[in-house]
Design a protein around this ligand. Structure first.
Ligand code: ISE
Length: 339
């Protein structure tokens, strides 16, 4: 990238999130262009790149990163493919926006943290987009004023209409609750030290064998509690809510009251149906922020360390689900690179 030229981005993975990010870079965000795309499904990649001037199509992520005009990488492939893609980006010392999860488990996430440390500077922003949602941003700002006093508890609700066919019981934690893990760490500025998971009898609306819903309790090193109801086959809508209970008041986000109608003796509104709709503003602002900081040669936002910490907490959560009881989180020493 030179001077005022747009940031050339290689998008790795052109599934649901990747295709949405390609659209966003191409049509919503200024100062950036899609320079290359890669997907193991060449036809899918071709279809997503169609009509984008100068965008090359690849099946190998490293080849996309090496393509002409690529200055930065957006990884939106499935979680198990992230580590290899991140290491390939590090080899070229390219800035990366990596969709969550950073990697599927704590050991591989720690390898990424160590590889970034070896570079000597931060290169990765992790796609925990809730940190860019206008309501969450306001909640964090309010908590930081101290007006409500010290936060004592967070109550989170996270509901999806239906889970995808490959969803497993542990994915309720690693794929979904991972967002609340990050939100809890970010809102409170505290590390999570232990996890307990309770699961009631599963909903008849959930696929056979899936433990859905679950109730997760996170303990923090600041003495706070954060609970999460995760229900990925609730059937009626996409809901993500958080209520902070503080010493002198409470504050809640995610009520989703956009348009409220009163007619024929009833009142009501609609409920968003998925995360691309509910968090559209957050994704747009996340991408804008990443493009702007990258063009300035800076790295901000959720770090590889945040991705690792989330993976470590989720790993403890999966053990708590499978073995029962309270499981303590084992975190490595935080490297100086992450402040
Ligand atoms: C999905 O991967 C997401 O990241 C969504 O934000 C979350 O609501 C959903 O439960 C996950 O499966």
């Amino acid at each position: 990238m030179h001077g005022s030229e747009p940031l050339g981005i290689a998008v790795i993975g052109t599934g649901r999130m990747g295709a949405d990010h390609v659209r966003r870079i191409d049509r919503v965000v200024s100062g950036a262009r899609v320079a290359a795309v890669a997907d193991t499904d060449a036809e899918r990649a071709k279809a997503v790149a169609a009509g984008i001037d100068g965008c090359t199509v690849h099946t190998d992520p490293a080849a996309a990163m090496a393509a002409a005009g690529v200055d930065a990488v957006l990884i939106a492939s499935p979680g198990p493919a992230h580590e290899a893609a991140l290491l390939a980006a590090f080899e070229r010392d390219l800035p990366v926006l990596c969709e969550k999860p950073l990697t599927p488990d704590a050991a591989s996430a720690l390898r990424v943290v160590e590889a970034e440390q070896a570079l000597g500077h931060r290169r990765v922003q992790v796609g925990f987009m809730r940190r860019y949602d206008a309501e969450y941003v306001r909640l964090k700002a309010l908590l930081e004023t101290g007006q409500l006093g010290r936060p004592l508890m967070l109550h989170n609700r996270h509901r999806n209409v239906a889970s995808s066919p490959f969803f497993t019981s542990s994915m309720l934690i690693t794929d979904s609750v991972s967002h609340e893990v990050d939100v809890t760490r970010w809102l409170l500025g505290q590390e999570i030290t232990a996890v307990t998971v309770h699961a009631p009898g599963s909903s008849s609306g959930a696929p056979d064998g899936l433990r859905d819903p679950q109730f997760v309790v996170l303990e923090t090193d600041g003495g706070a509690l954060s609970d999460v109801e995760i229900f990925v086959n609730c059937g009626f809508g996409y809901q993500v809510q958080a209520e902070a209970v503080c010493e002198r008041g409470t504050a809640r986000v995610g009520d989703d009251h956009h348009l409220v109608t009163h007619t024929a003796g009833r009142w009501g509104g609609t409920i968003t149906q998925d995360w691309t709709e509910r968090f559209a503003q957050a994704y747009d602002d996340e991408l804008r922020a990443w493009v702007d900081t990258t063009r300035r040669g800076e790295v901000r936002g959720p770090s590889a360390w945040d991705g690792y910490a989330a993976a470590a907490v989720c790993e403890a959560g999966v053990r708590a689900l499978e073995e029962g009881g309270r499981v303590e989180v084992e975190l490595a020493e935080k490297p100086a690179l992450y402040g």
